[in-house]
Design a protein around this ligand. Structure first.
Ligand code: GN1
Ligand code: MG
Length: 366
């Protein structure tokens, strides 16, 4: 982290006061995130400053247009309902020049948000009660966007949750063998290929209308939500880069594969990695409630498969990146993506054993 540089960039934005300290947030896999504290006579003002990864988000202005529109829509909703419009959505901070981003002389694309005060972002679910609240907030986020005009949204990463396309990318990576790692991952490749027919599950249902397209978040990891420090409620959904039309199965599934897992996403002792059914239930309860019971019967019944497919898909993405030589996800060591892939595949295998139980749990919410 280059503190002097970050202070210089902070000066470009309409931050109140003068920057006095900066800390780096190291948990995201894609963008670079910094918390900048500024001081003025009125007190402390906190901001989030980010470098958008433009090798992944190739049209960052389109990402920002989406975010400006979506956050405005939610803010208006909160104002109309008498909700907490200051903390209930992200607020983009503009540059002195009145723009939503600043591109520096090295071509890095910076943006800023107000820091959500009195709230915490967690890396692991600590109780069923907490995960119900997370589910409720992610469900509510989709509800807030139910009347948002989806034609206003750019597709920031094409085919983002197109599992069949993710499989094709894996097949290409296997053929290219760019990092010369193919021989190490024969078992993992076989694991995926045995399940290749499953990859069309969501696409087929969207194509024939069984599952409707909605405006979805598409990256509903536990650490993409801020929980209020006093009440524990999910106060603000963050990381809006991939808000796009999608299926409810992806949002549900992505939360489950991360939060209902008994271990971290990169835990290497696979005996410790399994789906916690009580957490699956806790999240489902909150999520369906947050959506105000607006899901169709087909959607509800498909939620367990959504969890399964998203876990398989994420494993495929980690394995693909490992074969490509770690060009997408940030890694901390050479085998990191492989460890993540193995971890996801262990969850997939566990979900296969527990599918009947997950289905039983979901039937309660019909
Ligand atoms: C990335 O940026 P972050 O850490 O919130 C990724 C998600 C993956 C996740 C896996 C834009 O999310 O799709 O599920 O890592 N985001 C993007 O942990 O690819
Ligand atoms: Mg994130």
């Amino acid at each position: 982290m280059n503190k002097a540089k970050i202070f210089l960039i902070a000066e470009k934005f309409r931050f109140l006061g003068e920057p006095i300290s900066v800390t780096e947030c190291t948990t995201g896999h894609i963008n670079s995130t910094y918390f900048v504290d500024c001081a003025s006579d009125e007190g402390l003002h906190r901001y989030v400053l980010q470098i958008v990864n433009t090798s992944i988000f190739k049209k960052p202005d389109e990402v920002m247009e989406n975010i400006v529109h979506v956050t405005k829509h939610i803010e208006n909703k909160l104002i109309a309902e008498g909700g907490d419009s200051a903390r209930g959505t992200l607020h983009v901070v503009y540059t002195d020049a009145g723009h939503y981003s600043y591109t520096d002389d090295e071509g890095q694309y910076w943006r800023a948000y107000e820091f959500v005060e009195n709230a915490t972002c967690y890396q692991a679910v600590e109780s069923e009660e907490m995960f119900t609240k997370v589910g409720k907030a992610f469900g509510n986020f989709q509800k807030q966007l139910a009347d948002f005009d989806a034609s206003m949204l750019y597709e920031t990463i094409p085919n983002f949750h197109n599992t069949e396309d993710r499989l094709l990318q894996l097949v290409t990576a296997i053929e290219n063998n760019a990092a010369q790692r193919r021989d190490q991952v024969r078992d993992e490749i076989a694991f995926v290929l045995e399940r290749r027919d499953m990859c069309s599950y969501i696409n087929e249902r969207i194509a024939d209308g069984r599952i409707p397209l909605r405006v979805t978040h598409n990256d509903t990891k536990l650490n993409n939500i801020m929980l209020d420090n006093e009440t524990g409620e999910g106060i603000c959904v963050i990381d809006l880069d991939t808000v796009m039309p999608g299926s409810v199965l992806a949002d549900f599934g992505d939360s489950i594969r991360f939060g209902a897992s008994s271990a971290a996403e990169d835990e290497t002792d696979l005996d410790k990695v399994y789906v916690r059914l009580e957490m699956f239930d806790a999240f489902a309860k909150g999520f369906i409630d947050g959506l105000d019971h607006s899901l169709t019967e087909q959607e509800i019944l498909s939620l367990p498969m959504g969890a399964y497919i998203l876990t398989l898909e994420t494993g495929i993405r980690f394995l693909t990146d490992y074969l490509n030589g770690d060009t997408y996800f940030r890694t901390a060591y050479a085998q990191h993506n492989l460890d993540r892939a193995r971890n996801q595949f262990k969850l997939v295998a566990d979900m296969e054993q527990k599918m009947d139980q997950m289905n039983l749990i979901i039937q309660k919410y019909l």
